[in-house]
Design a protein around this ligand. Structure first.
Ligand code: URA
Length: 241
């Protein structure tokens, strides 16, 4: 199989704060070297083994990669989509088929989605063993029933399941707008929890996962950024609740 390659200016734009046009200027000024040689041509093709340095800063090649996306509605997290585009379609990166969503959001759910090509890290964030917190904002079709917070804190036996849900924390913003913190990743969990309370979720948006919060202003729907080293470590270590 042919090796994956990527243009140098594109690589700089995805691994630094430079835009593609600023990356070209940095190249023109002789600030970038590839394998120890100054390179000025933005169209040079890199492979994953190439060592790129910008202003004495060694830039990571494209593996492992850790991304935080603000998922828009209408995109799927599975890789067998037939009706909708995939969240990976929003990534302007080489070899993006190897980058996987960390857990799933429904097609119509929006908000924070982590993606990575590091299987061990993905496991640490999603495994029920580590109980990472996920925070959702939900709008409901009906006003909440009395005792909803207590039921969710106690655990709910969902239809067709044998084990009740883990305790979930409900913050009531108003009778039809809530914030829910859960530690499980069951299929359609939030929608099913509110269905069990006789309600229906009309909008679902994820605000946080494993201590990482979505900054909506910095990251509008459909955009993404790399996680910092600190964020990668912190999310994997975030304690159980
Ligand atoms: N729970 C749901 O019901 N849907 C999601 O997308 C995420 C959690």
């Amino acid at each position: 199989m042919a090796k994956q390659t990527q243009r140098l200016d594109k690589f700089l734009a995805s691994t630094t704060e430079l835009t593609r046009s600023l990356a070209k200027k940095a190249l023109h000024r002789g600030e970038v070297s590839v394998n120890g040689e100054v390179v000025k041509n933005p169209g040079v093709q890199l492979t994953a083994e190439d060592e790129v340095v910008w202003l004495e800063q060694s830039l990571k090649s494209w593996g492992p990669r850790y991304l935080l996306m603000n998922k828009p509605a209408g995109y799927e997290c599975t890789s067998r989509s037939s009706h909708h585009p995939l969240v990976q379609d929003l990534l302007d990166l080489p070899d993006k088929a190897s980058i996987h969503p960390v857990g799933r959001l429904d097609v119509e759910t929006t908000g924070l989605l982590l993606l990575t090509d590091d299987g061990q890290w993905l496991h640490k964030i999603t495994s029920p063993r580590y109980q990472k917190e996920k925070v959702y904002f939900a709008e409901l079709a009906e006003p909440l029933v009395e005792g909803a917070a207590a039921s969710l804190a106690e655990g709910v036996l969902l239809e067709g399941e044998e084990k009740p849900t883990e305790p979930a924390k409900l913050e009531i913003l108003d009778p039809q707008r809530v914030r829910l913190t859960v530690t499980e990743g069951r299929y359609h969990l939030v929608r099913r929890l509110f269905a069990a309370l006789g309600n229906r979720v009309v909008r679902l948006h994820r605000e946080a996962v494993a201590g990482l919060w979505l900054d909506e202003k910095a990251l509008p729907a459909g955009s993404w950024r790399h996680l910092s080293e600190e964020e990668v470590q912190g999310a994997a270590q975030a304690p159980r609740v």
